[in-house]
Design a protein around this ligand. Structure first.
Ligand code: GTP
Ligand code: MG
Length: 246
């Protein structure tokens, strides 16, 4: 069974920051909003599991960023995560990873890639501490470029694809890939806000059913999209999709 998500041009655009607890989701949210953690409007940052419920912040007109709880903690199991954060709500995903690449990082990226044709940025946080530790371990041979390349290569190998990957320190917006990350996010937001999107979303992430976002460049899909948008307004699209794809 599939659901349909239709986002019209200029409708509200939702960005989710996902990842394990403590990877720096709230810190990144604050950095993007240009707030320090001790500002009264900031998202709480902490040394223990901190964010308890998905929280929405307005970035600018019709664009919202969501700081969500971390996955795979004693209180939030992997199996409940998609439902808890209402994963169908978002148009763009920022998936954060910190320290060693884990099975949870891969699982999250796979869910977003397999269930949606949504824009996904994979972000490795804590780069400052990785470099600091490595310098301490190898003071005579330390080469920061080499360390950054090693981290980059390891993430891409584990993700088994050419995802957009960014290395950042959530405490410093001038460092590493943060400026490029912001530029790229803005490009995608502007592009996707200016174009209507229709996405078929799988209800069951384990099922390998084909799903797609209808591209504006393919004429057949464009025609299908026009029809689907009309029919979606009458609630018939789920019926049609089931009728002709199962
Ligand atoms: N050195 C360093 N510390 C970071 C970085 N990102 C986050 N931290 C620290 O890591 C801790 C956890 O950060 P949070 O932003 O609360 O992490 P979170 O992912 O929101 O955690 P939950 O809300 O529990 O899911 C805090 O002490 C942050 O200051 C980073 O890039 N570098
Ligand atoms: Mg948090």
């Amino acid at each position: 069974m599939c659901a349909v998500k239709y986002r019209a041009t200029n409708s509200p655009y939702h960005i989710a920051i996902l990842g394990r607890s403590g990877v720096g989701k709230s810190s990144l949210c604050n950095l993007i909003r240009n707030l320090s953690p001790d500002h009264e409007d900031s998202s709480a940052v902490g040394v223990i599991e901190t964010t308890q419920v998905p929280t929405c912040y307005k970035l600018f007109e019709n664009v919202f960023i969501w700081d969500v709880p971390g996955v795979a903690t004693p209180s939030i199991a992997k199996d409940d995560y998609c439902k808890l954060i209402d994963i169908n709500r978002y148009d763009m995903f920022l998936i954060l990873s910190r320290g060693r690449f884990t099975e949870i990082d891969l699982w999250l990226s796979d869910i977003v890639r397999d269930r949606f044709s949504k824009t996904l940025f994979f972000i490795r946080t804590g780069i400052d501490e990785e470099l600091r530790n490595h310098r301490r371990d190898y003071p005579t041979n330390f080469d920061s470029t080499e360390v950054l390349n090693t981290i980059r290569h390891n993430c891409l190998t584990n993700l088994e694809t050419n995802l957009s990957l960014y290395l950042i320190n959530t405490k410093d917006k001038t460092k590493y890939d943060f400026p490029k990350l912001i530029d790229d996010i803005m490009v995608y937001i502007n592009h996707e806000r200016d174009n209507s999107m229709l996405t078929l979303i799988k209800d069951d992430p384990q099922q390998q059913i084909v799903q797609s976002t209808l591209s504006l460049t393919n004429p057949t899909l464009q025609t299908a999209k026009t029809i689907a948008i009309k029919w979606a307004r009458f609630g018939l699209i789920s019926y049609l999709y089931d009728r002709y794809t199962t």
